[in-house]
Design a protein around this ligand. Structure first.
Ligand code: GFB
Length: 429
């Protein structure tokens, strides 16, 4: 990489980071007026209420190998779900019980964040076939008094953060509100880098290094300032999506909605087109290797091509063209649209009227029901760059359902024309 390219690349990274931090710490339209009730758990009713503790290997229900606790302090739902899969793999690798953190959500036009218990959306029992888990709420009330008394609460970080000398685990939003939600204060910090890294579990004896440096008897709880995992999800952990099973009420809402659609196959589409997204996509100028979740279509080693602006923020004409093709391909009778802003219902209904399909969206706002419906569609078309779309793609892969992405593979003729047009414009100047 030349110095100039390097500088441009660094500028992009810096801009993206700043954008990301600004976006996650301010006002996000992420909490919706969805009243999710705790219905009985149909598939897992055989498990007793204490299942999560019974999987532990001591008579008093305490896991002698210890626990992993962390704050999902980066990004919104899609980002958090990506990192959850990595954290799950990490906990399994070091053989500690994973404490399921709350989902961090941001309230529109309000500072701060709220913490939504993990099991409001997903069934913890469904994770047990893979690894031992307990919700943060149960951990704090039932086990923390025994294994993690206030005087033993150290926060773990790779490198010093904030203004102090340690992890400053509660500095900023959502860090402070997350731990406050569980009334956790830290008495000190444990900086594990640079000798150790959570990624060590993917190399040689890495997982043993964690166990040797932090044995369960002297360090019963490793409380990480952020997820012990990367973003996007490591390729080896993509399959762990199968253990994220929706709670029954979300399943029911998605099934009810689907049964209200005309009989026949339906296409589920994700239109990520809010203001934050258009700002992020402005950075796509052909020089980046990856952006956010783009490895899901471009490949983790970029083996499937380059990122284009159309893949990040597809034009309405691209969306219509791809949809027309897809409708014919699967003989769809309806299209379900999920979006964070503009569902394009009128444009799509008008453009597709000759094909006899109806275009619908949920009659209420719920990202989780949107995800569940998209997951069940006969064909899904998502945004390769978005981690919200990535959640859907992974959940469909579990069942072998078909998925496509906007603008992918890129329309080479269109790109050539754009380049030619740019050259003409330039010549005219
Ligand atoms: O899920 P997420 O991390 O995906 O964040 P990206 C996007 C959020 O926008 C979701 C809402 O968690 C939802 O709250 N949202 C997006 C939607 N699409 C839909 C939809 O179809 N229906 C509904 N109801 N809500 C990244 C962020 O978003 O975008 C980063 O995580 C950063 O922090 C970046 O802001 C620009 O990967 O798409």
């Amino acid at each position: 990489m030349s110095h100039e390219q390097g500088t441009t690349f660094s500028k992009h990274i810096a801009t993206l980071l700043a954008l990301h931090l600004a976006l996650v710490s301010t006002i996000y339209p992420t909490i919706f007026a969805e009243d999710i009730h705790n219905e009985s758990n149909k598939n897992f009713t055989s498990k007793s209420a204490s299942t999560f503790i019974e999987v532990s290997n001591a008579s008093d229900g305490v896991d002698v190998n210890g626990y992993i606790v962390y704050c999902p302090c980066m990004g919104r739902f899609g980002n958090q779900a990506d990192q959850f899969l990595g954290a799950l793999a990490f906990a399994k690798s070091v053989n500690r019980t994973l404490v399921l953190p709350a989902w961090v959500e941001y309230i529109p036009y309000k500072t701060g964040s709220i913490q939504v218990p993990f099991d409001k959306y997903f069934k913890p029992e469904a994770i047990l076939p893979y690894h031992k888990v307990i919700t943060m709420e149960r951990f704090m009330t039932e086990l923390a008094p025994k294994v993690w008394p206030p005087e033993k609460r150290f926060s773990f970080c790779y490198i010093q953060r904030g203004n102090g000398k340690g992890c400053d685990a509660k500095d900023g939003n959502p860090f402070g509100p997350f731990w406050d939600n569980y009334k956790v204060d830290f008495v000190g910090s444990e900086i594990f880098g640079p000798e150790l890294h959570y990624l060590a579990i993917y190399k040689g004896n890495g997982k043993l290094s964690w166990q040797e440096k932090y044995p369960g008897d002297t360090w019963p709880v490793l409380a990480f300032v952020g997820p012990p995992s990367g973003f996007p999800v490591e390729s080896t952990n993509v399959h762990l999506q199968e253990y994220l099973v929706w709670q029954d009420d979300i399943e029911k809402k998605s099934r009810d909605f689907i049964s209200s659609l005309p009989k026949g196959p339906f296409i589920g589409i994700h239109l990520r087109n809010g203001a934050d997204w258009s700002r992020a996509c402005e950075l796509v100028d052909g020089t980046q290797t990856h952006l956010f979740s783009s490895p899901q279509c471009l490949g983790y080693h970029q083996e499937n091509g380059k990122l284009t602006a159309e893949m990040c923020y597809p034009s309405t004409s691209t969306i219509i063209k791809q949809l027309k093709r897809a409708v014919k391909k699967i003989n769809a009778t309806s299209i379900f649209v999920a979006s964070d802003r503009n569902h394009l219902i009128t444009d799509l209904n008008t453009a597709l009227q000759n094909l006899n399909v109806v275009v619908r969206k949920l009659p209420y706002d719920s990202p989780h029901v949107d995800l569940a419906v998209l997951g069940r569609s006969n064909l899904f078309i998502g945004n390769c760059v978005s981690s919200f779309s990535a959640f859907v793609k992974r959940s469909r892969d579990v069942h072998g359902f078909a998925s496509e992405f906007w603008g992918y593979p890129p329309d080479l003729r269109r790109i050539k024309n754009e380049i030619r047009q740019n050259e003409l414009d330039h010549d005219e100047l």
